[in-house]
Design a protein around this ligand. Structure first.
Ligand SMILES: *[C@@H]1O[C@H](CO)[C@@H](O)[C@H](O)[C@H]1NC(C)=O
Ligand SMILES: *[C@@H]1O[C@H](CO)[C@@H](O)[C@H](O)[C@H]1NC(C)=O
Ligand SMILES: *[C@@H]1O[C@H](CO)[C@@H](O)[C@H](O)[C@H]1NC(C)=O
Ligand SMILES: *[C@@H]1O[C@H](CO)[C@@H](O)[C@H](O)[C@H]1NC(C)=O
Length: 624
């Protein structure tokens, strides 16, 4: 039995290798910014684990370790910490390919504090995709899911050149750029999930269903709002003609060997067979077709999660009956789904599965689907781990810039990369102002705008307040001191740069400004009648013998100046008298007028015994 099983698996593998050979390596760009001799853009291949920064960039400085150059052992044993320090570029750890899994190298690099791992190929060849090891090959599978740094494979020749530059004591700065890793042509993202209903294949299946469960909310939101168009897909194989009558094909295939799936437990005598999986895959595909036709494609996510919860293989509920119940509870037309599924025992083609098989072969930019599960976003295969934030980040980067839906910009999408070491960005410790900003495009180091104060700089090693209001931040780096309830500052809120001691002070304006002693330095108040007294930031000058001090002319002047020209006080006095006289007269007139008017009105109702008044127009109205 084992031999025959292996034979069939071999056939399947051969089929995959011969006919689905066009596997595309997904790339991002790597730009070396220094040293000059290496400046330029290079290709590198995105690893199929960790979290590539889709839509974003990451700048770092390359470190090639002295020992453990393949990164197969952890780095904590050595004195090598690649943890990025504030104000210093994050570390990109360069290791050599070989001796252990790519994932282990990445895991060790991550634990050593590296921000990304560059794996240098060990032979001259075209770039390959670094993948996760198959299940069972890793003693401790757990860590693969915990890798969250991006990983990238570079060619042997580039690796050699970088090593040589480092050996020469040069600093190698690299900008990893994933902005063009996915096309982002418009305001709708089309994506496909190539999946499988098998729930007994170990960590890979668990991870797949965990992903569907955790991504459901976001997927449904995006779909309902028209931001995305999602389609689920299912890989099937066909039974080679020579094996059509074998037990293997009979138990693994439906529709007479046309559509097959591997046995879930790799044991034909136990549990569910491959054909149960194909059939459930077909039902899921049909569910999507029917739901989509009724305008509610997002219900697929409900069906798949509900089915996995209510009908698991473990509990022997992976049945048509159970599936029917889930379909009914979601209010979807079971008749239509049954019609779509058709008769699995009939020797006929199934339209849905036929279409799925045709789509497995890649076209245009997409490449063949050979890894399960595979996510295809805007017709490119997604690389990286299947987790909600990582995938959402990739989908978000598939929107034309500025058309991203709000979900892409929520705090939910933040990767918290700023929490650790401030993401290697500039930070002002005393005020907590930071250049690190968490976005779905990864963390960016960008000088911020805080309380309308704009900061400028490279975002990594320095930022400084600039422009209007820059004095609000650390007083613009200038001297200040408060004295007697007044603030003296060398910062000026205009666009003028630099610090300048206020008048009455002298100094560099940055560290110190000192009060100028105007009296001692004979700068003011030097007239014979003057008595000078220095104050903080100024001076006081008093004059003897009733004279007044004129600050403007720095001299003492007589209190009452007599001259032919009337003094300002005389003019004011005359004006005041004239005005108050006029006002009194005006008041009198008003009073008089009011008097006569009121009398006139009252006289209409009662006789007034005062002496007659001159009441204008009175006769005409007085006729009672
Ligand atoms: C590092 O590896 C050594 C053995 O190679 C192991 O004893 C140690 O626990 C590891 N440290 C970490 C942090 O994994
Ligand atoms: C789903 O429905 C939309 C709109 O009706 C259509 O454009 C799309 O092709 C359908 N998808 C599938 C896989 O049938
Ligand atoms: C800066 O943030 C830390 C941690 O959030 C906090 O403990 C500290 O008080 C903050 N400092 C200032 C000046 O806000
Ligand atoms: C100050 O001096 C100017 C001429 O030097 C004179 O015209 C002006 O009247 C003086 N001011 C006072 C307040 O004495």
């Amino acid at each position: 039995m084992r031999i025959k099983l292996n034979l069939l698996l071999c056939v399947l593998v051969l089929f995959l290798e011969c006919c689905l050979g066009r596997f595309l390596v997904e790339k991002n760009s790597l730009r070396i910014t220094s040293p000059k001799s290496l400046k330029g853009s290079y290709e590198c291949a995105i690893g199929n684990f960790g979290v590539p920064q889709y839509g974003g960039t990451l700048i770092g400085s390359v470190v090639y370790p002295n020992v453990n150059q393949k990164g197969c052992r952890n780095f904590t044993d050595y004195d090598a910490s690649f943890q990025s320090k504030p104000g210093v570029f994050p570390t990109f750890l360069l290791v050599d390919r070989g001796d252990c899994y790519f994932t282990l190298k990445a895991w060790n690099a991550q634990n050593g504090g590296a921000a990304a791992i560059l794996v240098a190929d060990d032979k001259v060849e075209t770039l390959i995709t670094m993948d996760t090891p198959d299940e069972g090959n890793v003693a401790n599978d757990d860590y693969v899911e915990k890798i969250n740094i991006p990983s990238t494979l570079i060619s042997k020749s580039l690796g050699d050149r970088i090593k040589k530059a480092l050996l020469n004591g040069e600093v190698v700065h690299i900008n990893l750029d994933w902005r063009e890793a996915l096309p982002h042509p418009d305001d709708r993202v089309e994506y496909e999930l190539w999946t499988n209903s098998n729930d007994e294949c170990g960590p890979k299946c668990d991870n797949q269903i965990d992903f569907v469960k955790s991504f459901k909310g976001a997927a449904q939101f995006l779909e309902k709002k028209g931001f995305t168009q999602f389609t689920p897909h299912f890989i099937t194989w066909y039974c080679p003609n020579d094996f059509l009558l074998s037990n293997q094909c009979k138990s693994q295939c439906i529709n007479n060997g046309r559509y097959c799936a591997p046995d879930p437990e790799n044991d034909f005598n136990k549990g569910y067979d491959g054909k149960d999986v194909v059939l459930q895959n077909l039902r899921q595909a049909c569910f999507f077709k029917v739901a989509n036709e009724s305008g509610r494609p997002w219900q697929w996510w409900d069906y798949v999660t509900d089915f996995s919860i209510r009908c698991p293989m473990k509990e022997k509920k992976y049945t048509e009956d159970c599936s029917d119940q889930v379909i009914k509870s979601l209010g979807v037309d079971l008749e239509k789904i049954n019609a779509c599924v058709g008769d699995p025992d009939a020797d006929v083609e199934n339209r849905v599965l036929k279409a799925e098989q045709d789509l497995q072969i890649g076209k245009e930019s997409r490449g063949d689907i050979t890894i399960l599960p595979t996510l295809v976003i805007n017709n490119r295969q997604y690389r990286g781990k299947l987790s909600r934030p990582a995938v959402l980040k990739a989908i978000c980067s598939g929107f034309q810039e500025t058309t991203e839906p709000s979900i892409c910009l929520t705090s939910d999408m933040e990767t918290n990369e700023c929490l650790e070491n401030n993401g290697g960005c500039w930070q002002d410790k005393s005020s907590n102002i930071t250049a690190c900003r968490d976005t779905f495009r990864g963390r960016v180091c960008e000088c911020p705008i805080v309380n309308n104060v704009k900061f400028v700089g490279d975002g990594y090693t320095h930022c400084e307040a600039s422009g209007a209001l820059s004095c609000d931040f650390h007083n613009g780096g200038c001297w200040k001191q408060s004295h007697g309830g007044r603030l003296y500052s060398a910062c000026h809120d205009d666009y003028k740069k630099g610090c300048d001691c206020p008048s009455g002070f002298k100094g560099d304006g940055v560290l110190s400004c000192e009060d100028i002693d105007e009296c001692k330095e004979k700068l003011a108040c030097q007239c014979p009648q003057c008595k000078c007294e220095n104050t903080f930031g100024s001076y006081e000058c008093k004059c003897n013998s009733g004279l007044l001090y004129s600050r403007e002319n720095d001299t003492c002047i007589g209190r009452y100046t007599s001259s032919s020209v009337p003094s300002i006080w005389t003019i004011i006095l005359v004006a005041v008298i004239t005005l108050s006289g006029g006002y009194a007269f005006y008041k009198y007139r008003i009073q008089r007028y009011m008097d006569t008017e009121i009398r006139a009105i009252m006289a209409q109702y009662m006789p007034l015994d005062n002496q007659p008044l001159i009441i204008p127009n009175q006769e005409a109205h007085d006729d009672i």
